[in-house]
Design a protein around this ligand. Structure first.
Ligand code: ADP
Length: 425
């Protein structure tokens, strides 16, 4: 039997999911981050990687045909030519690159997705400016690239999802001149940018050492990885233009599959490549964090069950915790609209859920207008997905079928990615 292993290195921990050729889950393991000291991080990830795999039942480990790994987007590190980290890892939300913004804007084209204090490119600039480099060769890697290296030992390989925020041109499938010229002139080519493969493409077999230590088959291959949010999208099963995934976590994140690439920095919209299609996404500051500010999860669930989702609340909210939103309204001064607040909590929640649903509708209207894709159905992930009244309210606005994604786990999405070269999908 062929099995496929997906490994997800997320914000709170790491998870492994093993699936069979019918995409059924056969085993799962997880590892919660305990030691979050930044200078120890790559080694914590390494421990987690080997721990996760070694806890998969032995009889399954020998059947694993392919492995794919996802990591948090724009979590990066610099390694020497042995693949040893020479710097601490700079995490996805590490904003020390804010000091590099002027330089960044002078190098990258305007409105490019790398123009953000937390982009991989901002972190590369920060490293170049702040780390004393010797004459040796260094490899700039993402978290998923480095973890893959530990299994196949091919140093300097990434995938076109992870390198998007480094500046890689996912349309042309090449590094643009502005990026390569900069690296060559600034560090004389001493820092190598990763070679880029398609997510899910075979990179190489696991090494004999890994076979011995983890009981994997020598036939087992490691594939190009992806980022955690793309892996979660893949997990949902959405694969046709017009299908979308709404993530109702602390914030509201929309992703719509389209034939057209859309990048619009004004709204913080950018597109990830997914084979021949584009995953067009935008994120609003509204979402569950506003709900949680007023109510516990238990209150949300019991009070919302008293709402009639087919009626209007009569309230016109734009739920935010503080001023400013980027998508679907780009206005850093946009004020939260949460008044008037009715005394009845059920009515208040009704207004809040409607407010979020209206922002979701407006978001999809904008994504459809820019991408020319027509929304056909929406899968939902995140804490808000478990509220059927919320789903019914959203359905009233969106007017398309809304289903709770059966699988939302990024590790499951990575396992599906690992199976791509072996199963027709
Ligand atoms: P994140 O990973 O972004 O922290 P989760 O996917 O864990 O978010 O979802 C947590 C959010 O879900 C919270 O902000 C909470 O307000 C929201 N939530 C939890 N239960 C409900 C519910 N019954 N109805 C609507 N939202 C809910």
């Amino acid at each position: 039997m062929n099995l496929y292993l997906g490994l997800d290195f997320g914000t709170s921990g790491a998870r492994a999911v093993v699936i069979d050729s019918n995409f059924q889950v056969k085993a799962q393991t997880q590892y919660v981050w305990e030691n979050t000291q930044q200078n120890k991080l790559p080694h914590v990830w390494q421990t987690a990687l080997f721990n996760l795999i070694s806890h998969i039942p032995q009889e399954m480990r020998g059947e694993i045909r392919a492995i794919a790994i996802d990591g948090t987007s724009a979590t990066v590190l610099l390694c020497n030519s042995y693949g040893e980290p020479v710097t601490e890892a700079l995490l996805y939300n590490d904003s020390r690159g804010v000091a590099m913004m002027d330089k960044l804007k002078s190098i990258a084209p305007s409105n490019h997705p790398v123009i953000s204090a937390t982009s991989s490119f901002a972190k590369l600039l920060w490293l170049i400016e702040n780390i004393s480099l010797s004459n040796q060769t260094y490899y700039f890697l993402h978290q998923a690239d480095w973890l893959g290296f530990l299994l196949h030992r091919k140093l300097g390989v990434s995938d076109y999802n992870n390198v998007l925020k480094l500046g890689y041109d996912v349309g042309d499938l090449s590094y643009p001149d502005w990026l390569t010229d900069f690296v060559n002139s600034e560090v004389g080519g001493n820092i190598l940018l990763p070679e880029v493969v398609t997510p899910g493409a075979i990179v190489g077999n696991v090494t004999p050492e890994v076979v011995n230590s983890l009981g994997l088959s020598p036939e087992c291959v490691v594939c190009g990885g992806t980022t955690d949010s793309i892996a979660a999208f893949i997990a949902s099963g959405a694969n046709t233009p017009g299908e979308a995934v709404t993530s109702l976590g602390s914030t509201l994140v929309l992703k719509l599959l389209s034939r057209t690439r859309v990048d619009d920095a004004k709204y913080g919209i950018y597109s990830h490549r997914l084979g021949d299609l584009w995953l067009v996404g935008g994120a609003s500051n509204t979402g569950g964090a506003v709900l949680r500010h007023f109510f516990t999860d238990a209150e949300l669930s019991s009070l919302s069950s008293q709402i009639d989702p087919n009626t209007e609340s009569g309230l016109d909210y734009y739920p935010l915790l503080q001023k400013g939103d980027r998508f679907p309204i780009n206005d850093p001064e946009l004020l939260p609209r949460l008044a008037p607040r009715p005394e009845n909590s059920v009515k208040f929640i009704h207004g809040l859920l409607e407010g979020i649903a209206k922002i979701e509708l407006r978001g999809y209207e904008l994504l459809q207008a820019l991408s020319a894709a027509t929304l056909t159905n929406v899968y939902t992930a995140g804490g808000g997905a478990k509220n059927p009244i919320f789903t019914a309210i959203r359905g009233r606005y969106l007017q398309v079928p809304i289903t709770k994604a059966v699988y939302t786990d990024a590790a499951y999405g990575s396992a599906v990615l690992a199976s791509r070269q072996f199963i027709a999908q």
